[in-house]
Design a protein around this ligand. Structure first.
Ligand SMILES: [Fe+2]
Length: 276
């Protein structure tokens, strides 16, 4: 497990830390689910063999320093009885503030175009395993407002944007916790040039930069007008101090504006974020 310490200035009353983790991808399934789910679990577990021990190590690290966990999604790889039982138990035993990732609502990984209708097939059941609203929540920690937004389908929806505006009006410094990172040159070139992916898996990538995306990925990752409005607020609102994100399964840091850092935390990393 990697351990990274990052310092962020937010104007906190007194310095404090949180532990940021992301993309655990638990792959549990048992006889309560069907054979297809058991096959999926076996196939997916190969990619995330130490998911549970990484998560428990992160929880131990958070407990040792007396900090809450902030998890930016994909705690589970797919919806199953055993995964949701595990998530419910974990969140009842640890202080874990959560933003949903796309996998939270995956019935079978990669089976369908993921949109609101697809998410709604499992939303109520999945939400029941977590302690805060995984689509939009806010929580004050040390005089800083942590706002979790589910942008895991590459979009921010109208109701989430309205609620973000209300959070800004409260006047606290804000830390945004979201699964999908916002587009920026650094992350785009990391995904496209260094990792040679067919698309960058970022929110609000400008259209010209998606010219060579496969059609499916273009449809998936194209920003709508509400998302662009949200990005405008996020990148111009001085109260928003930092973005905590995941989804790329890598540890990256970039600047969205000269004063707005974005941290991406990978599957095997505990990122201790010290706020001052
Ligand atoms: Fe993930």
């Amino acid at each position: 497990m990697n351990r990274i310490t990052t310092q962020i200035k937010v104007g906190a009353r007194a310095s404090f830390s949180i532990v940021h983790i992301s993309d655990t991808h638990m792959t549990r399934a048992d006889g309560r689910d069907d054979a297809r789910k058991l096959e999926l679990a076996n196939a997916r577990a190969v990619h995330f063999p130490k998911a549970e021990s990484f998560l428990l190590d992160a929880a131990a690290c958070a407990r040792d320093i007396g900090a809450p966990l902030v998890h930016t999604g994909d705690l589970i790889d797919f919806v199953s009885f055993a995964n949701l039982d595990f998530a419910r138990q974990f969140c009842s035993q640890h202080d874990c503030f959560m933003a949903a990732g796309n996998h939270e609502f995956s019935l079978y990984v990669g089976e369908a175009f993921e949109d609101e209708a697809y998410r709604n097939q499992s939303l109520e059941r999945v939400q029941g395993a977590f302690t805060n609203d995984i689509r939009f929540s806010s929580r004050l920690i040390g005089g800083v407002n942590f706002v979790a937004i589910d942008n895991s389908y590459y979009r921010i929806e109208r109701e989430q944007l309205d609620r973000l505006r209300l959070e800004v009006k409260r006047g606290w410094p804000i830390v945004l916790a979201m699964h999908t990172p916002l587009h920026c040159e650094r992350l785009y070139s990391y995904m496209m040039t260094e990792k040679k992916r067919p698309c960058a898996y970022l929110m609000a990538t400008p259209e010209p930069l998606m010219a060579d995306y496969p059609e499916y990925r273009l449809l998936q990752q194209q920003a709508d007008s509400t998302t662009l409005e949200a990005v405008e607020i996020i990148t111009s609102e001085p109260l928003i101090k930092v973005l905590l994100t995941g989804h790329l399964h890598a540890d990256l840091e970039s600047m969205l504006t000269p004063s707005l850092p974005q941290l991406v935390t990978g599957t095997r990393t505990v990122r201790i974020v010290q706020f001052t």
